[in-house]
Design a protein around this ligand. Structure first.
Ligand SMILES: [Zn+2]
Ligand SMILES: [Zn+2]
Length: 70
């Protein structure tokens, strides 16, 4: 049974703690990491890093990418 609903996105959670975690770490923070070189947005910093390395490594020096995550 899910009794807790997020007021912002409408997702339901069975535990108050789950909703609490969602609102703290997920809600409104999804895809907050925007790629500076294309419209891609990542939900996690690591995902954006992987994206940059795999998609833009040729046009961007690795040191530049690395600096973004320093
Ligand atoms: Zn939410
Ligand atoms: Zn990109």
């Amino acid at each position: 049974m899910k009794n807790f609903q997020c007021a912002d996105c409408g997702k339901w959670y069975g535990w108050k703690e789950s909703l609490y975690n969602h609102r703290n770490y997920e809600c409104g923070k999804e895809r907050q990491f925007a790629c500076p070189q294309c419209p891609y947005r990542a939900s996690r910093k690591g995902s954006l890093k992987t994206h940059l390395f795999t998609q833009h490594a040729k046009g961007t020096r690795r040191t530049v990418i690395a600096a973004m995550f320093a």
